[in-house]
Write a protein that binds this ligand. Structure first.
Ligand SMILES: Cc1cc2nc3c(=O)[nH]c(=O)nc-3n(C[C@H](O)[C@H](O)[C@H](O)COP(=O)(O)OP(=O)(O)OC[C@H]3O[C@@H](n4cnc5c(N)ncnc54)[C@H](O)[C@@H]3O)c2cc1C
Length: 393
């Protein structure tokens, strides 16, 4: 498992799951952690890490074939957790490319489209982005307004997107747009297509080392063959989000784990009133509660991934974990920040970065409240998301 492993959860893992976890953890410790703070402070994306990340052979996660690793959902979760544990920004970069963009193509693309794009994405020679959110539509992305108009053997896209991770650097940006019949489809916009403009968003207080873009699409012509063949409506977009959301729960676990370990180490060496602060009851109470939450998060993540592997993970199951883990991790990083005292707001000690980054994880890929509403809909049979019964998001 991710360490700390108080309940020996590692014994539940397969040898290949432990191997990929260790590989990614070593990469994180060696390549990411030493540079994470300076890139975060400068709000720069450490692009030099991409080829090294590619060498790990983890892009594409559970996707089978097309040069992808075809790993178990537990392995994919461990990868997500270990990357986030090193740095939330690099974890988010991979989350967008490897899970959102690649899974969209794997789940909704035709065989020809999968063959065309996935192998080069698995090698990370081609980077992907997932363009769903718009300035006027975040939680209610179902109301997206970007339009796709058929024009001969192409589609013409017009509209605006916001918060699109990798949007300014990606070679392929998946744009979700509404056609003339009102149906939502996925259109792959290739780098350099005229009319596509991506501006890096500035002034962020979280995940500063990964870039999100505001995108303007003005008459962007996309060949008809770049429309994902299997996407017929917004429900299909939801299936991708439902399938990948469990990895966000693992990422929250990664951030919580890193913060707990930093807080424990700090408490053991920081002396106040003549002894290590770890010797004080109130500090131990915090550490014990953090560990209890991390242990329950590990077990939930493992079980959820097993259900995903068995094709038994429902959207609400994934939402429950995202809701629970983001909220619990948010509390853990806040306690860790407190245990570090003033050092908790200095980047040098890493916890400040995790504390800030956790805020974005709490919000993206469905906010805390929206996840609760998805769970609420399943357990009550009544949708409170938009007031409309039987809506599907
Ligand atoms: C760092 C970052 C990276 C992102 N990356 C991507 C990306 O790669 N691609 C992409 O498409 N999008 C991305 N997003 C967008 C993200 O998914 C949205 O921010 C998120 O869905 C919330 O939308 P919003 O920000 O518009 O907030 P809003 O939807 O405006 O929500 C504001 C508040 O209202 C609450 N709320 C909304 N509806 C309801 C309701 N029915 N009932 C109760 N409360 C409600 C929310 O819970 C929240 O508290 C990213 C966002 C961030 C911050």
């Amino acid at each position: 498992m991710t360490s700390p492993d108080f309940y020996a959860v590692e014994e539940l893992l397969e040898p290949e799951e432990i191997a990929v976890r260790d590989r990614v953890r070593a990469f994180g410790e060696r390549e990411v952690v030493p540079i994470a703070n300076e890139y975060w402070e400068r709000a720069e994306f450490p692009a030099q890490l991409v080829p090294k990340l590619a060498e790990l052979g983890v892009a594409g996660g559970t996707i089978e074939g097309y040069g992808c690793p075809g790993m178990s959902a537990v392995s994919a979760g461990l990868v997500a957790a270990e990357l986030a544990r090193a740095d939330g920004s690099i974890g988010t970069f991979n989350g967008v490319h490897s899970f959102l963009a690649m899974q969209s193509i794997a789940m909704l693309g035709s065989e020809e489209q999968r063959q065309r794009w996935l192998p080069q994405m698995a090698r990370m020679e081609t980077i992907g982005a997932f363009g769903l959110t718009e300035p006027r539509h975040g939680s209610d992305a179902v109301g997206l307004e970007t339009s796709a108009r058929r024009d001969g053997d192409a589609f013409e896209l017009d509209g605006q997107k916001k918060w699109i991770g990798n949007g300014s650097i990606a070679d392929l940006v998946l744009i979700w747009a509404r056609d003339e019949d009102g149906d939502v489809g996925g259109y792959v916009v290739e780098k350099g297509t005229p009319g596509f403009e991506a501006t890096v968003m500035t002034g962020k207080t979280a995940l500063r080392a990964v870039w999100q873009a505001e995108i303007t699409l003005s008459g962007v012509r996309v060949p008809a063959g770049n429309k994902l063949a299997g996407c017929r409506s917004f429900k299909d977009v939801s299936t991708v989000l439902d399938r990948t959301r469990y990895t966000v729960a693992w990422r929250a676990l990664g951030l919580a784990t890193a913060s707990y370990e930093l807080a424990l180490a700090h408490a053991q060496q920081r002396e106040q009133f003549g002894q290590p602060i770890a010797g004080y009851q109130l500090v131990q109470d915090k550490l014990a509660r953090m560990l209890a939450e991390i242990t329950s998060m590990q077990l939930m993540c493992w079980r959820l991934s097993k259900l995903a592997d068995a094709d038994r993970m429902t959207p609400a199951m994934a939402s429950l974990a995202k809701m629970n883990h983001a909220a619990k991790a948010r509390a853990i990083v806040a306690d860790a920040r407190d245990i570090l005292g003033g050092d908790g707001i200095l980047l040098d000690h890493h916890v400040a970065r995790h504390h800030a980054d956790m805020e974005a994880v709490f919000t993206f890929e469905g906010t805390d409240s929206v996840q609760a509403l998805i769970v609420g809909r399943e357990i009550t049979g009544l949708s409170a998301i938009s007031g409309r019964r039987n809506d599907r998001r």
